[in-house]
Design a protein around this ligand. Sequence first.
Ligand SMILES: [Zn+2]
Length: 431
Amino acid sequence: MPKQDPMDRSSGYLKKNLETLPQKKRSEYLNQKLRGIIQYAYKNSVAFKNKMDSVGLKPKNIQTIKDLEKIPITKKADLVELQKKNPPFGGYEGVPISEMRRIFVSPGPIHEPGEMEYVELGWAQGMYAGGFRPGDIVINTFSYHMVPFALHMVDNSLHRVGCIVIPTGVGNTEQQVNVLKNFKATGFCGTPSFLLNISEKAEEMGLDLKKDLDLRVGFVAAEMLPESLRSKLEEKFGMTLRQTYGTADIGCLGYECMKKNGMHIPDDKILEIVDPETGKQLGPGKTGEIVATTFNKVYPLIRFGTGDLSIMTETSCPCGRTSPRLIKIMGRVDQVTKVRGLFVHPGQADEVASKHPQIAKYQVVVTRKEHKDEMEFYIELKEEVAQPDKLKEEIERSIRDVMKVRGDVQFVPKGKISEGARKIEDQRTWD
Ligand SMILES: [Zn+2]
């Protein structure tokens, strides 16, 4: 049961005019912002100009989101490489260093410029959609050192929403519990696993999580949030937990609203879902790589390939926000296999398995017979079932529904699938 809360956390928007734009208006708005940043980046970012010149493009060739396909994708590895050649930012920066406020050093190593006035909208939109309101006292348990997330992105965005931040950083769990208690903090920012640590420590200290603490909302990132962990934490604290997705390079790329209906794409980014092999845009409902473009003039990344896989939907959300949504993050591009022209990945195979509790272990094996791809699901069952043929049929139907490719189920004896076996084993040879 949620605690009594005087605050209305479920209705309203941070930027109503943007978040509720009708579809057509949204396209016009984004295309206009796109033309602006392309013009700006071509003029001010050496790396972007080089990229455009290398394929013979001028800013006037990019008028709409569809035109973005013409620009080669920039991957994280490309950033690292160019930063080595041309430190510190590889020419991707859109202003001189003298006009930056901070320089961040992330693992890679990779450097990110921090703008003088923080302008990013996405994280703040996500916090508001997740129930954060002006006046909330929030502990920010992300790391404040070196990397941009805690200080630059989360701290500034909490301020933008009107929250009061306690910059606790990582670790010191006992002290974090005391801070929560002493300040009657209502918000948490951090990883789901760290919130779990806090809950365990608080219980160990003899506290009643609902009575002695006042946590109402949590904004979590940087880790997957399984539904089982979400409901456990929400129940323990009597709070609402919403997750967000993004990267340190480009910022927020998705956030959940109260309806828990996938992740809304923020209004200061353009996201494409593309075929990882060709870079061509795939429509809604298709699995592909998330490629993002920001309007940030200090670090104008255009067509940044995240390496993450997702599916986009444009169906309406009952919260009233009209932005498209990422259904969920399905894994990494390098785990993808193409079967009969369609991408399959371990996340989909997991989804099939999760629909059938009888499955103890599985492995998908892709082979090629007479120039045709074959996909087999080898399955170890928890125990023998009365009607194996019926179960086989049901699982094969789930495979078709989830993976959109036909696959044959074969039950194998326990122990047949080795420990640490790849979830999808590609045994095709191409000679
Ligand atoms: Zn929504």
